[in-house]
Design a protein around this ligand. Structure first.
Ligand SMILES: NC(=O)c1ccc[n+]([C@@H]2O[C@H](COP(=O)([O-])OP(=O)(O)OC[C@H]3O[C@@H](n4cnc5c(N)ncnc54)[C@H](OP(=O)(O)O)[C@@H]3O)[C@@H](O)[C@H]2O)c1
Length: 380
């Protein structure tokens, strides 16, 4: 059951209990009319919540084509398959069209689906992809572009090389800019839509997420500007912002090996300051976090399908109600609290160079406030 549906059911129950037992804060409302008003207000909230969970009207897939990047695996591959089965003409952008992923996708789909080779960091390949789509559209219109291709690393800034930061930005940010700009003229004709796969990491940044979060925040900023600028052409712009899911991008073995390689290339003095024990605990924490990745990839793909097919898509999809709730709560917290929350979740040991020092922790906002308060009371 969806989160909003559960909430609506709870509110209805609450309304009934309030009405039957005259609970606080309605016990003083002796007038029957006030009780009925309170009961009706709660019912209206519940109905609105339920209404918001109803499936939205969808567009007709006939004559509509969709271009998706990163269809070799993960969300992109699943989305390509789903849209093909629904009757869309899918252009599945694949980084390695000759590898197993693309071949399997071709086998499991109809003749309508076309594999398009594309590396989103390569201007020439992007322009070739646009040309291929144009030449193979036939009587169809390009309805949507889904910027799904992406890469990730999870390592601390001190052992994440500048080249690694640049690589992530090139795929996750400039790749999206490149592909979107190249396809906009076709989308203007159809008054279609751009769907960018961002991440909740684009809203909140945990330790070890610097490079990835930077890229996803940039993706969200790009989408926000694009949405406003494309409004005049009736082009919708949507972001999909999943939490952690089990796909090749969160493959534990790859991410651990990548960290080990980066660590071995880090200057000796930096490694000496942290110490091997710190790095080992860090790897354990990365493994623990990745084990919590959700296996239900379809939750994300459902939202991607909705973004492509809904007549009026919403601007931002966050799959899975717990991620929605968590995002809402963390977004409302002051930074010092969310930092503490993330530190508690990602428990690290002290670096070796800090272990034998006297602690020099800066005073917390609370102790600062107490000190200020004391000095004021002394003065008065
Ligand atoms: N899984 C999660 O927890 C999660 C959470 C939030 C957001 N996301 C985002 O969701 C999107 C899809 O990721 P996924 O989870 O489905 O992982 P995935 O299976 O690794 O999908 C990423 C795809 O992008 C392709 N790709 C990488 N570099 C490329 C390039 N330069 N040009 C074109 N394609 C390239 C990859 O190809 P190869 O397989 O050949 O490398 C792969 O097919 C990404 O943007 C990711 O950041 C994922």
């Amino acid at each position: 059951m969806k989160f909003r549906t559960c909430l609506a059911v709870l509110i209805v129950n609450f309304a009934v209990v309030v009405y039957l037992y005259r609970l606080w804060p309605f016990q003083n409302l002796t007038e029957d009319v006030y009780q009925k008003l309170a009961f009706s207000a709660l019912l209206v909230v519940a109905i609105l919540l339920l209404w918001s969970t109803l499936p939205r009207p969808r567009v007709d897939p006939r004559g509509k084509a969709v271009f998706i990047t990163g269809c070799d695996s993960g969300f992109g591959r699943e989305l390509a398959e789903r849209l093909d089965h629904m009757g869309y003409h899918v252009f599945a952008g694949c980084l390695a069209p000759d590898r197993e992923g693309a071949r399997d996708l071709k086998k499991s789909t109809s003749d309508r689906l076309k594999i398009v080779p594309i590396d989103v960091t390569d201007d020439f390949q992007v322009s070739q992809a646009v040309r291929y789509v144009k030449n193979n559209l036939g009587d169809n219109q390009l309805w949507a572009v889904v910027n799904n291709a992406g890469v990730a690393v999870f390592c601390e800034i001190e052992w994440c090389s500048v080249q690694e930061f640049q690589k992530i930005m090139d795929v996750n940010v400039f790749g999206i800019v490149r592909v979107t700009k190249a396809f906009l003229p076709l989308l203007r004709q159809s008054e279609g839509r751009v769907i960018n796969v961002a991440s909740l990491a684009g809203r909140f940044t945990l330790p070890a997420f610097a490079a990835y979060s930077m890229s996803k925040k940039a993706c969200i900023a790009f989408s926000d500007a694009l949405r406003q600028e494309m409004n005049k052409f009736n082009i919708s712009v949507v972001t999909i912002e999943p939490g952690l899911y089990k796909t090749p991008i969160t493959h534990e073995g790859y991410l651990i090996d990548h960290n080990k390689k980066s660590w071995s290339e880090t200057p000796t003095e930096v490694r000496a300051d942290y110490g091997e024990e710190y790095f080992d605990v860090f790897l354990q924490q990365v493994s623990l976090s990745l084990k919590q990745a959700r296996p239900n990839v379809q939750e994300v793909v459902d939202n991607m399908v909705e973004a492509v097919c809904a007549q009026r898509p919403i601007y931002r999809y966050v799959p899975y109600w717990r991620f929605q709730l968590r995002a809402f709560i963390i977004g409302s917290l002051p930074t010092f609290l969310s930092d503490k929350l993330f530190a508690a979740r990602f428990k690290m040991t002290e670096p070796v160079s800090r272990k034998n020092r006297s602690p020099k922790t800066p005073p917390s906002p609370l102790s600062n406030w107490i000190r200020l308060h004391r000095s004021w009371s002394k003065q008065s």
